[in-house]
Ligand binder design. Structure first.
Ligand code: COA
Length: 158
C-alpha cells in the first residue's frame, strides 16, 4: 500500500507523465511489469515496462524529487533494460534530463521505430489523451500537448 500511495503522489505532482489512478489501480500497476528503485526499503523510483512482443517500452518514468541529480534515473533505466529480454527497447521523452540519461545508457534517437511499434505508441498516446480528458486533467494535457513536437523516440538495440 505504501508504494501505491507514493506512486499516486508522484504521478499527481509530475505533469509530464500519465495521470494517477485509484490506489487499487496503482497497486495493480505495481504488481505488473515494472521496475522500482529503493533506498533502505523505501521506493524512490518507478517505471512501467510495456511489452510489444519483440520490443519493450520504458514509460511513466519517475524519480522522487528528493533523490534526483544523483544518478538514480540511470540506475533505474539500466535495471529496466536488464529486466527486458527484448532486443529492442524504446522510450519517448521531451524531458532533456531524461534524454541525457537515455543517451548515457546507450539509446539513440530514432525516427522510425517500426510499423507495429509506431501503431502501438500512437494508440497509447491516444489512450493517454482520453485518460487525461476523462479525469479532467486539463493542465496535464496542456503541458504534454504544447510540447508534442519536441517528443523524441529513443531506441536501444542489443
Ligand atoms: C527526468 C528524471 C527521471 C531524472 O532523474 P534524476 O535522478 O535526476 O536523473 P540522474 O541523476 O540519473 O541524472 C540527472 C543528472 O545527474 C547527473 N548525475 C549522475 N550521477 C550523478 C551523481 N552520482 N551525482 C551527481 N549527479 C549525477 C547526470 O549526469 C545527469 O546530469 P545531466 O542533467 O547533465 O544529464 C527526473 O527528473 C524525474 O523523475 N522527472 C519527473 C518525471 C519525468 O519527467 N519523467 C520523464 C518523463 S518521460
Amino acid at each position: 500500500m505504501e508504494d501505491a500511495v507514493w506512486l499516486r503522489e508522484m504521478l499527481s505532482q509530475e505533469l509530464e507523465v500519465r495521470p494517477p489512478r485509484s490506489l487499487k489501480a496503482e497497486q495493480k500497476f505495481l504488481a505488473g511489469n515494472i521496475a522500482t528503485l529503493r533506498q533502505d526499503g523505501q521506493i524512490i523510483g518507478y517505471t512501467d515496462i510495456r511489452n510489444y512482443g519483440k520490443t519493450a517500452e520504458i514509460t511513466t518514468f519517475i524519480i522522487d524529487p528528493k533523490y534526483r541529480g544523483k544518478g538514480n534515473a540511470k540506475k533505474l533505466v539500466l535495471m529496466a533494460i536488464e529486466m527486458s529480454p527484448q532486443k529492442i527497447i524504446l522510450s519517448c521523452t521531451k524531458n532533456p534530463k531524461m534524454a541525457n540519461v537515455l543517451e548515457d545508457c546507450g539509446f539513440e534517437i530514432t525516427h522510425w521505430p517500426g510499423l507495429k511499434e509506431y501503431i502501438l505508441l500512437t494508440i497509447n498516446t491516444i489512450k493517454r489523451i482520453f485518460s487525461m480528458l476523462f479525469r479532467l486533467e486539463f493542465k496535464r494535457l496542456w503541458i504534454q500537448a504544447k510540447g508534442f513536437m519536441k517528443y523524441k523516440i529513443y531506441k536501444l538495440e542489443r
